[in-house]
Design a protein. Structure first.
Length: 96
């Protein structure tokens, strides 16, 4: 089992974690397991699902930065000031 998950992850630490998680999930699911022709395939499927879960947890969220101040095409200074206030409010709400 370890060799299989190590091949998936390429990392000893993650492979150890996935091996443990696979056997825990298999033990918890054993009462629901219906004996089929290949129980090894069942355990390997559990390992694959555990790997998918680990991979999703490790995905990083990517943020795109917005320009500091948008260009204002305001006809007068009052309108430009209102737009600047709205922009500051949006940045404050977004946490910038």
């Amino acid at each position: 089992m370890f060799r299989c998950v190590y091949h998936m992850t390429g990392n000893t630490h993650d492979a150890e974690e996935l091996t443990q998680e696979t056997f825990l999930r298999a033990m918890n699911s054993w009462p629901k397991f219906e004996a089929g022709p290949n129980p090894r395939a069942w355990v390997l499927r559990i390992a694959r699902n555990a790997y998918t879960d680990l991979y999703r947890r490790k995905q990083k969220v990517r943020f795109v930065s917005l320009p500091e101040h948008p260009t204002f095409a305001a006809a007068d200074a009052t309108h430009a000031a209102e737009l600047a206030d709205e922009s500051a409010l949006v940045r404050a709400v977004l946490g910038n």
